[in-house]
Design a protein around this ligand. Structure first.
Ligand code: KIV
Length: 420
């Protein structure tokens, strides 16, 4: 009586007419509003969450994990609103995102999750229980048999409510015993799970190890060919993006990520890093691709930064303030000759439109070529001795100031330093 996952996917042009996705299509599951909000101090209002969910839909995210409805009445209401307002509206490319709610493996959590997500056109319940020895012994105080039974019965319960799309996560899979994982995963598949998410909950794996985990699960779990394998990598060792990509390379076709990489402790794999790596190197990864409209990335990043209050570090890959800024003289000279010398993607690809066309940031390492080019952008055509004089004056100011702004340059020029 259970419908296979295939026909439950939201529509995309990439999908064949019978809604079977191309095997190289990688679903992006965004958990900014759930795991991301678990970052200390990142609590957001319902209105802010709704805004972010709309932006995620605009980005073309396949699945939005909108929250953890059993955690509070407010969260239940926020997830419900997102299900109603975002989960029924087709985005720019005609696809409607799946709206997902998290639930522990108990009836109350699952009921609350269903109460919130059922208003969406494509609702999903995501239920989880820990499977590592450490978690089962100290946190759950349950035996393996009890954990398997709980997982199996709660997945079946979620399906019995009428939810045709149920995701299951063995929490701390990265530190769980392999044979036990195969067993519990095959049991939840039989009970009706449609996506199996493999979390490296404490960010303990390294890329080869995590890739092998996904490959082993794919090879050894009975029934796995009928479900989607997913990754959820935390960033405790700074390896979450690399681990996620290894997971995709080894067969995962759903990747769980957050905008700006926010999340518990050191955060999660970041959407922008994972998606842009697939965009730049998808061919090398076996032709993998996503449905994300990357031109909406910058806007999503800014919105999450403002609403969560978690500032993006300047050198953060893709969305940091310095990600497309060039300061050293050698780099600036290369950029002025050809942008591909020092940029592997164009800022417009992520929706970044620099006021400063060349991306040059003037500072103490900048050379004459960059200064001249910047002055031209500002409308000053200065050459020869005048340029030389201005250059040394600029250098002495740059020794004292970290960054020379347009206003600083205009002040330098109007200082009549190069008058005879
Ligand atoms: O990190 C984790 O294990 C989780 C699961 C609930 C997917 O967030």
């Amino acid at each position: 009586s259970q419908k296979p996952f295939k026909i439950l996917c939201s529509r995309r042009p990439d999908y064949t007419p019978n809604h079977i996705p191309n095997p190289n299509y990688v679903r992006i599951f965004d958990t900014t509003l759930r795991d991301g909000e678990q970052s200390p101090g990142a609590t957001m209002t319902t209105k802010e969450k709704l805004d972010i969910a709309r932006q995620l839909a605009k980005l073309g995210v396949d699945i939005i994990e909108a929250g953890f409805p059993a955690s509070s009445e407010a969260d239940l209401e926020a997830v419900k609103l997102i299900a109603q307002e975002v989960g029924n509206v087709a985005g720019e490319d005609g696809h409607v995102p799946v709206i997902c709610g998290l639930a522990r493996c108990n009836k109350n959590d699952i009921d609350k999750s269903w109460e919130a997500v059922k208003h969406a056109r494509f609702p999903r319940i995501h239920t989880f229980i820990a499977t590592s020895e450490i978690h089962m012994m100290y946190k759950l105080k349950m035996t393996k048999e009890q954990v398997v039974e709980k997982a199996r019965s709660m997945v079946a319960y979620a399906r019995s409510l009428g939810c045709n799309d149920v995701e299951f996560s063995p929490e701390d899979a990265g530190r769980s015993e392999r044979e036990f994982l195969y067993e519990i995963l095959s049991e939840v598949i039989k009970a009706g799970a449609t996506t199996l998410n493999i979390p490296d909950t404490v960010g303990y794996n390294w890329p080869r190890e995590f890739g092998q985990l996904i490959a082993d699960i794919k090879a050894n779990t009975p029934g796995i060919e009928n479900v989607v394998i997913s990754t959820h990598c935390q960033n405790d060792l700074g390896l979450s993006t690399a681990n996620t990509l290894e997971g995709a390379y080894n067969g995962a076709r759903q990747l769980e990520v957050t905008i700006n990489g926010i999340g518990e402790r050191a955060g999660n794999a970041s959407l922008e890093e994972v998606v842009m790596t697939l965009k730049c190197k998808g061919e090398l990864l076996g032709g993998l691709y996503t449905g994300i409209n990357t031109r909406h990335i910058v806007m999503a990043s800014k919105m999450v930064e403002e609403y969560s209050g978690l500032q993006v570090q300047p050198h953060k890959a893709i969305v940091g303030a310095n990600a497309f800024a060039h300061e050293s003289g050698i780099h600036q000279d290369g950029m002025l000759k050809n942008k591909s010398t020092y940029e592997i993607m164009s800022p417009e690809d992520i929706g970044l439109y620099r006021s400063n066309e060349s991306g040059l940031t003037l500072g103490k390492l900048s050379g004459r070529h960059a200064l001249k080019s910047k002055l031209l952008e500002l409308g000053y055509d200065i050459d020869g001795r005048e340029l030389n004089d201005l250059f040394w004056r600029f250098k002495s100011v740059a020794e004292m100031k970290k960054v020379i702004t347009d206003d600083d340059l205009i002040a330098l020029v109007s200082d009549e330093v190069f008058q005879p």
